[in-house]
Structures are given as C-alpha cells and as structure tokens.
Design a protein around this ligand. Structure first.
Ligand SMILES: O=C(O)CCC(=O)C(=O)O
Ligand SMILES: [Fe+2]
Length: 194
C-alpha cells in the first residue's frame, strides 16, 4: 500500500491523504454517475426551503438509515461495484463502513458548506473515508474555536482522504464553490453505530 501524506496528526485529530488510492478511477466515476439513484434534496432553514447545491445518494447495508438535516435515507444494499472497495477498507485500513453518503457536484457552482460530521449515530470519534472521483476540487478545514486556523488541500481523482480521531470535534470542513470545475463525485464511507 502506498504511504499517505499526513496533513494532521495531533490531539485535534488525524487527517491522511492517499493521493492515488484507486486506479482507473475514471471508470468508477462513470459507473457511479450512471448507475446510482441521484437525488436533489430540499432542506428547510429558518422556515425557508432550499434546494441543496449538489445531488446525493445514500448507499449501505440493507435497511441502514441515515438522518441528515431533518430527512432520512434508507439504504437498499451495496451496488456490485462497491464490494471490492469495502474489502480494501477492511484489509488495508481496518475500517468497516456500513454506509456511504455519495455527493455529486455537477459543476464548480455545486458545493458543501462548513460542517463537521458529528452526528450522534456516527459515534464518538468516527472514521470517515472520502474517495474522490472525476474532477479535482479544493477541500478546506477550519478550527471550530479559531476560524483563522485553516488547512487547505486539493482532492485529486482517485484519492482517499481519511479523517479520524477527534477531528470532527475540533475542525469543520467544506468544499468551496469554484468558477471552473469538472464534475466530481465523492463517496464518503462511514460507520453508523447506533
Ligand atoms: O465531497 C466531499 O469531499 C466532502 C463531503 C462531505 O464532507 C460529507 O459528505 O460530509
Ligand atoms: Fe463532511
């Protein structure tokens, strides 16, 4: 297995990037784009409906639920193309995800705002593995307590970003809007524990 780039490794969390984790990621990008049931979701914020600026799809063990901003998805099993990835997470990273929130950013106008993946159902110090497919995008972290403390990286196609330890307690992350960007899909593998 290739050695990762360690971007953060202290009491505030662990962030590692494997720049070339998936070979031939273009084929997997096309597979996901064409075969998944991409949905446009509307959330209510302060009583107003907003269409979220990306498409989503929830995958995972059959029946697995994921609540997110007042809505709930129910997984109906892993598509065939994901099975070897799950085996690799287990054998190479000692990580057993049971679900993946998939995000499809159709252009640079599609984004993800500042947040931490700190939902109670993910447990205390969750591991989250983000596999990037399609166009590269910038990805930023900022400290909860001091927003001027930032970590900025770029997620190339085929890369895997592993977040673990206390990182969701101390840092937020976001995918900023860009004037120009090729379409991108992120597969964010998680383990729902409760
Ligand atoms: O698309 C990405 O790389 C980030 C996605 C993310 O942060 C999430 O799904 O929680
Ligand atoms: Fe996230």
């Amino acid at each position: 297995m290739q050695t990762p780039v360690t971007l953060l490794d202290d009491d505030s969390g662990l962030v590692k990037l494997y720049p070339e984790w998936l070979r031939n990621s273009e084929a997997f990008y096309q597979y996901c784009r064409q075969n998944l049931d991409w949905q446009s979701r509307t959330i209510r914020l302060f009583g107003k409906a907003h269409v979220i600026p990306r498409l989503e799809c929830w995958l995972g063990d059959p029946g697995l639920r994921y609540g997110y901003s007042g809505q709930e998805y129910v997984a109906s099993g892993w598509p065939e193309g994901f099975k070897s990835l799950l085996d690799r997470f287990q054998s190479q990273h000692d990580f057993a995800p049971n679900g993946a929130l998939m995000n499809y950013y159709r252009s640079g106008a599609d984004t993800m705002g500042w947040h931490a993946d700190d939902e109670p159902e993910l447990g205390l110090n969750p591991t989250i593995a983000i596999l990037s497919l399609g166009g590269a995008r910038d990805f930023h972290f900022r400290q909860h307590k001091d927003h001027s403390q930032k970590l900025k990286l770029r997620l190339p196609e085929g890369s895997l970003l592993l977040m673990s330890g206390a990182v969701q307690h101390h840092w937020q992350h976001a995918l900023p809007k860009r004037a120009q960007a090729r379409p991108r899909i992120s597969c964010t593998f998680r383990r729902i524990v409760a």
